[in-house]
Design a protein around this ligand. Structure first.
Ligand code: GLN
Length: 468
């Protein structure tokens, strides 16, 4: 299985008799051959016509001409169901395109279909989907990571040029690391959330998967920028990172922060080896490193799981069996019956936790405290980025694991250790492929930088990837 090369495909359309419709047809065939991965939940019924229309018209200035995209099934896309990986929305047909979908189409991208995910984006392994787990593209029986499991596998298995996911606590970066590709969570507010089904609104951000930084930058430029439909978007216009990632960045001008020894204790041996090797290699190339303890790291996971569950319990209250979605009329209390049979275990656990931390007796002890911890984490990051251009850290402490191996929810939550703090602080973060374990399992490393410094983050990632 090979990751697709968008630049190469554009070149072959320009220079040979190849067409975007031809490439799309091959992909549909490949998707059908790879059904056992359980990636696509629904296909765009007009995909070939869409590709033909891209071939036929002169779409001057369209930056994503013919780029095939898989979309996580919590992003509203007309013409296809949106299930959020849940029985609750099994037959739900959304009525409008999310802003990101509108912008992809406007720029000539081809939407292939909607892809599998952990139910309501709650999970780290792709195992909580009502529609069954997504398999790992290279290691059958292993998890591809989650919650954007289908989005990661789609790119890693060469089923689409790029894909969209959502990242509330790591759901783009962690599966990207597990599948050996790039996964980018931009700054909060840089990409509109209009049309993204809310999980935890103050942490959610739409993110991008790709096989290379240049493709990532093209998609980011196309979908980012202010949106009047989402008042939390930043006022600035679309990003212009594509030009930036083409210019070589002088590694000798770069200062990176790295974790001190005590933060590396719990790392898997192979993850630690890849991290240390990368630091050694970059040091030899002239990158300056400073050791930087991240204040409040012990608070990352508790803060995230208090804030995320509190917001989720409120956001998911709308699924009551009344207006849309699954309705269970088997008892007099239709709402309770619908929610009991429509939601899976993990979602129920989050709703229970969230209502608990928001309940009047515990609000101060948990929710208010987590808000304070959030502020301290934001300040901790500001102090790091006043001394370093970016922070380099592993994406995950461990390796991709076997399906069914992690049964304890708390242990599963700990797999987000290195990713949640970027969502808590709203800063941009990217996972890039950095090596493999002794058995060949992919290992990703992560770069994080200051709020709204997204373009620079992509440029640094490109510079590191090209020497590594
Ligand atoms: N794994 C984390 C969780 O289960 C993150 C989810 C996400 O980013 N959507 O909450």
């Amino acid at each position: 299985m090979q990751v697709l090369d968008y630049a190469q495909d554009v070149h072959s359309v320009q220079e040979t008799t190849q067409t975007f419709a031809g490439i799309t047809e091959q992909l549909i065939k490949r998707i059908n051959d790879q059904q056992s991965l359980n990636v696509f939940l629904s296909m765009n019924p007009n995909v070939i016509q869409d590709a033909q229309s891209i071939d036929q018209h002169n779409h001057e200035g369209m930056s994503l001409k013919g780029m095939t995209i898989a979309v996580k099934d919590n992003i509203s896309t007309t013409g296809m169901p949106m299930t959020c990986g849940s029985k609750m929305l099994e037959h739900f047909q959304p009525m409008y395109d999310a802003t990101v979908i509108e912008r992809l189409k406007k720029n000539g991208a081809i939407i292939l279909g909607k892809v599998n995910m952990d139910e309501f984006a709650m999970g780290s392994s792709g195992e909580t989907s009502y529609f069954g787990p997504t398999d790992h593209p290279q290691f059958p029986g292993y998890v591809p990571g989650g919650s954007s499991s289908g989005s990661a596998v789609s790119v890693a298995a060469g089923l689409s040029h790029a894909s969209l996911g959502s990242d509330t606590g790591g759901s783009v970066r962690q599966p990207a690391a597990f599948c050996g590709i790039y996964g980018f969570k931009p700054s909060y507010g840089r990409i509109s959330r209009y049309g993204l089904t809310a999980f935890a609104s103050s942490l959610d951000q739409i993110g991008i998967f790709s096989g290379d930084v240049a493709t990532m930058a093209l998609v980011f430029d196309a979908i980012s920028g202010h949106d009047s439909h989402d008042s939390t978007t930043d006022p600035r216009p679309a990003a212009q990172s594509s030009e930036m990632v083409k210019k070589p960045l002088d590694l000798q001008t770069l200062t990176l922060a790295i974790l001190p020894e005590q933060e590396l204790m719990g790392l898997d041996n192979d993850v630690r080896r890849v991290y240390e090797e990368l630091v050694r290699k970059l040091t030899a190339l002239g990158v300056k490193f400073i050791h930087q303890a991240i204040p409040g790291s012990k608070a990352w996971i508790p803060t995230y799981y208090i804030l995320a569950t509190a917001e989720a319990s409120s956001n998911l209250a709308r699924f009551d069996g009344v207006r849309y979605g699954w309705r269970d009329s088997s008892s007099n209390d239709m709402t309770t019956a619908s929610r009991s049979s429509g939601f899976g275990m993990e979602v129920k656990r989050r709703i229970m936790l969230g209502t608990y931390v928001l309940s009047s007796g515990y609000y101060e002890a948990y929710y208010v405290k987590a808000q304070k911890a959030r502020r301290a984490i934001v300040q901790g990051y500001s102090s790091i980025f006043s001394k370093a251009d970016a922070l380099l850290l592993p994406t995950t402490a461990g390796l991709p694991f076997k399906r069914g191996e992690i049964k304890n929810p708390l242990e599963m939550y700990l797999s987000d250790y290195f990713t949640v703090s970027a969502n808590i602080a709203g800063i941009p973060a990217i996972s890039f492929p950095a090596g493999n374990s002794s058995e060949g399992l992919p290992i990703g490393m992560q770069l994080q930088t200051a709020l709204m410094n997204d373009e620079v983050l992509l440029a640094i990632t490109q510079a590191i990837s090209s020497v590594h």
